[in-house]
Each structure stands twice: as structure tokens, then as C-alpha cells.
Design a protein around this ligand. Structure first.
Ligand SMILES: [Zn+2]
Length: 76
């Protein structure tokens, strides 16, 4: 079977697997509000290499990256 992208209503994070701190998650929720269609395609791998994600260029995502680069909690 072909492995296509999974269509979903967006990532749902388990409480113990959040990709960012509370501030970062707030930025992600802004992305969700501003671009619900794009947000629906956000996947865990987008958080592995933030700067090469297809979301680069979206202001809300860029704000999230900027936060992650300066936030001790989000840096890993
Ligand atoms: Zn953070």
C-alpha cells in the first residue's frame, strides 16, 4: 500500500510529547487559527528540522521558529 500523507484535522499532541513549551504552543495555536488548512498538514517531522519545513515563510511558523531558537525549553 502506498504511504500517502495522512489527512487529519491537525496534530493532536499527547500531553507528554508537546513539541514546544507553553509559549511555543501558543504560537502554534496562532498558526492553527490563521491557517487551519496548512496546520492540518503539520507533522511531527516538521519539528525535527524547523528551518527546512515547508511551513517556512508563513509568518506564524517563522515566529514559532524564532521562539524555539531563543527558548531554552524548546531547544533540544
Ligand atoms: Zn519555548
Amino acid at each position: 500500500m502506498a504511504k500517502g500523507p495522512q489527512i487529519s484535522t491537525g496534530p493532536e499532541w499527547a500531553d507528554d510529547a508537546l513539541p514546544a513549551c507553553a509559549v511555543g504552543m501558543d504560537l502554534l495555536r496562532r498558526l492553527e487559527k490563521a491557517r487551519p488548512n496548512d496546520y492540518a498538514f503539520l507533522q511531527a517531522k516538521d519539528f525535527v528540522d524547523l528551518g527546512t519545513s515547508a511551513f517556512v515563510g508563513i509568518p506564524e511558523w517563522d515566529a514559532f521558529i524564532e521562539h524555539c531558537e531563543t527558548c531554552e525549553d524548546c531547544k533540544k
